[in-house]
Write a protein that binds this ligand. Structure first.
Ligand code: FAD
Length: 316
């Protein structure tokens, strides 16, 4: 069985970042395993942009960022296996056996960055996270008003109302982009589809006609994408309580803008078992994860969607 110091499961934005930071320390003794091809469209990290609200704000190109992180990791010696679904993780003494259809590997440390597939990957560890997956969608409009909606003229915005809409200037496509935060229905990795929901397409158009007509144009495309949410809608960023050699991250539908930092924290957790960053709120043992009545209380007290979370989800 081939041995690695660290194996990362999932090469979306967060796994690629962990792979990169681990490769800086461990070089060729790091392996990334991805169930599909790199850059595939079935996860959460494939679209063109994300943003953060700060004075010198900018857009992060998600698709390119993941590609760059993998390239930099490879340059430091990391190996990446594509089209290799991990079927089991088996804690083994102080290490972990990682099983794929083709081969089994052994690692001292494993990072699980598998987003909506997290519980499947963790199945044999005995730990299960209370995660909800929703199918969200974004629509690109071929606006004729390109200059007005260029990134130097028009900001990323979020509208807080009965529905929460967010929009992006023209970037990546010759088009503006609108989404609805938490507008989607619940799905699983098996039941999610790539078909746009026409009701939401209509809702978006109605919102723009009313508030921002110049943003509209012929619909270029609508893409679906999963949000993977713990009950309190915050990240999970920790090691497993009974198996500290396994670290887990869940991005809660708002993590891409922090991908590099999260990757750095994951590398620290894998190598030192701790982090100098204040990640206490993201512990896997917090009541939102371990107390099965939490979700009910959280929703009952009107906290289903904390205002700050809504803002964070588009970096606002
Ligand atoms: C519509 C939408 C808008 C968003 N907007 C923003 C935003 O504005 N700002 C922001 O910061 N974030 C945003 N997000 C959230 C952000 O996209 C995610 O938090 C982030 O991309 C999650 O990255 P990830 O690597 O954890 O997941 P993914 O990209 O899904 O990667 C997980 C990877 O694990 C692989 N995998 C799973 N199981 C296995 C297995 N058994 N074996 C091997 N590989 C496996 C998968 O194939 C996949 O490649 C948005 C998300 C959506 C859906």
């Amino acid at each position: 069985m081939k041995h690695y110091d660290a194996i990362v499961i999932g090469c979306g934005g967060l796994g690629s970042a962990a792979l990169y930071w681990l490769s800086r320390e461990l070089g060729s003794s790091v392996l990334g395993i991805e169930q599909f091809g790199l850059g595939h469209e079935r996860g959460a990290s494939q679209d063109q942009e994300r943003a953060i609200f700060q004075k010198d704000t900018g857009l992060v190109d998600a698709r390119k960022s993941s590609g760059v992180l993998v390239a930099l990791a490879r340059a430091r010696g990391a190996r990446v296996l594509e089209n290799a679904p991990v079927s089991a993780l088996r804690p083994d003494g102080e290490g972990v056996e990682v099983v794929t259809d083709e081969q089994a590997y052994h690692a001292d440390r494993v990072v699980v960055a598998s987003d909506m597939w997290t519980n499947e990957v963790l199945r044999e560890t005995g730990f299960r996270l209370p995660l909800t997956v929703t199918q969200e969608q974004v629509t690109y409009y071929a606006t004729p008003n390109l200059r007005e909606f260029a990134p130097d003229r028009f900001p990323v915005f979020m509208w807080h109302g009965r529905d929460n809409f967010y929009g992006f200037p023209v970037y990546g496509e010759v088009a503006t982009k609108l989404g609805q935060h938490m507008g989607g229905h619940e799905v699983t990795a098996e039941t999610r589809t790539f078909d746009p929901d026409p009701i939401r397409q209509e809702r978006y158009r109605h919102f723009l006609e009313r508030h921002l007509p110049g943003f509209l144009g012929p619909e270029l495309r609508t893409k679906t994408c999963p949000y993977t949410l713990p009950p309190d809608h915050h990240f999970v960023l920790d090691t497993l309580p009974d198996h500290p050699q396994i670290s887990v991250v869940v991005g809660a539908g708002q993590a891409f803008k922090f991908a590099s930092l999260i990757g750095r924290i994951l590398a620290g957790l894998a190598m030192d078992g701790s982090s100098a960053y204040p990640i206490e709120p993201f512990k896997i043992t917090r009541p939102a994860i371990t107390d099965r009545t939490f979700e009910k209380t959280f929703h009952a007290c009107g906290c289903a969607l904390p205002r700050q979370h809504r803002a964070n989800a588009t970096g606002g």
